[in-house]
Design a protein around this ligand. Sequence first.
Ligand SMILES: C=C1C[C@]23C[C@@]1(O)CC[C@H]2[C@@]12CC[C@H](O)[C@@](C)(C(=O)O1)[C@H]2[C@@H]3C(=O)O
Ligand SMILES: O=C(O)CCC(=O)C(=O)O
Ligand SMILES: [Fe+2]
Length: 472
Amino acid sequence: MKKYNRKIQLKFRENLFGIRAALSDVSNCLRLGFTQLAYGRNVHTTIKKINRCGDEVLTEAPTGNLHLRNRQPSAALFPPLIPVVDLSKPDSKHQIIKACEEFGFFKVINHGVPMELISRLESEATEFFSLPLCEKEKTGQPKPYGYGNKRIGSNGDVGWVEYLLLTANQDPNLVTENPESFSVVRCLFSQGCFEYYMAAVKKMACEILEMVADGLKIQPRDALSKLMMDEQSDSVFRLNHYPPCPDVLQSLNGDVIGFGEHTDPQIISVLRSNNTSGLQISLRDGSWISVPPDHYSFFVNVGDSLQVMTNGWFKSVKHRVMANSVKSRLSMIYFCGPPLSEKIAPLPCLMRGDQQSLYKEFTWFEYKRFAYTSRDGSWISVPPDQYSFFVNVGDSLQCEARVMANSVKSRLSMIYFCGPPLSEKIAPLPCLMRGDQQSLYKEFTWFEYKRFAYTSRLADNRLMHFEKIAAS
Ligand SMILES: C=C1C[C@]23C[C@@]1(O)CC[C@H]2[C@@]12CC[C@H](O)[C@@](C)(C(=O)O1)[C@H]2[C@@H]3C(=O)O
Ligand SMILES: O=C(O)CCC(=O)C(=O)O
Ligand SMILES: [Fe+2]
């Protein structure tokens, strides 16, 4: 809270635009779900940074997440230790199950991936990221595969990061919309460099998923692993490079986000990074803890698909990366995805007695499309202004707001909440549905929603109960 006394913060699930856009463009305001009825200060920041080839890299602080501050409840005084699973131990499957239940995240040692493979790919990746921007851009824009800089995904999310996103499938033509990007990238790295690394990590991921199946008594043992071993599997490989973030930007904007908070949509993700901090995971109570970097280990994230397949027994872990002002962070992540046509639903053998399925069945293709059109979430501060009003769009646009206490001044606010009649049905407006677009929400009356909202907790994602995709 130091050097920081503004009070309202907004969290954008739809994190597309920066505050400058929010103050000047009505349609953007609607997308943000929040606007100020007056002209505000422009908080856009430009930082020039020249790499050794003379390119300007990450020159302008993107007007989105980079301004967003990390003000969620911080780590507890004595944060829990991140579980460590020793794959060489006979009881590792039990450790894995416990870690997946409690954290959705664990560290793996004695993983069997040769250090030479790791170091070789890591040093070639470092070399790649130090190429002039125009060379890196030759690998193609991320559509979804290729080289990306600052912009993450297709929704305008931004971060202090550049990356290479590739299909992990041996035959890129099977799953990629732009298979050519893969061959361009391959030419820039030495022969076999990706393939050997990916094969070793894939083997480890397969063992982990077999241990999960064993631990949960899922039959056959390869019920989960076969999804990522399938020749049509839609697994993804990613190299992320987070350049050191200039102090000046950090001090102007508070903590700068490298990769905004999100869960990985796949089954599991296997991450390895150089010895640089930045990765944080969110605990069940909503607090964030930093993951101490470890050059020799891998980290495993439970993804959304495994959450669904275990009917919520395991929870996918929310995580993010904060920029580091001193060191570059380089991470290499293998995301284990099923084939696009695979149906994702709770495994029947895990349903006890009359337990209900918490999720509707959907294909990986459908879920991925859904995940790729939603956005990550971070918080920004709203500069106070005694002469203006602020307008908050309600749950329909999912802009969350919170108020932080101020150590110096009292805050007094007056709010008029515009509610419909109690009997009014709340549902997507037919005139806004394009073509064969499906309604994302079940219809409910304002009375029903209000009753529900008033009995849920502040931070609950209440609208989830009305979503058609994943009812909880
Ligand atoms: C903002 C986004 C980037 C992402 C697609 C998404 O809309 C939400 C999920 C993101 C994620 C996280 C895990 C992987 O890095 C990734 C490739 C994926 O499958 O889902 C990214 C997506 C991306 O960078 O395009
Ligand atoms: O780069 C990292 O350490 C994590 C990035 C991440 O979460 C992702 O690419 O999905
Ligand atoms: Fe991730």
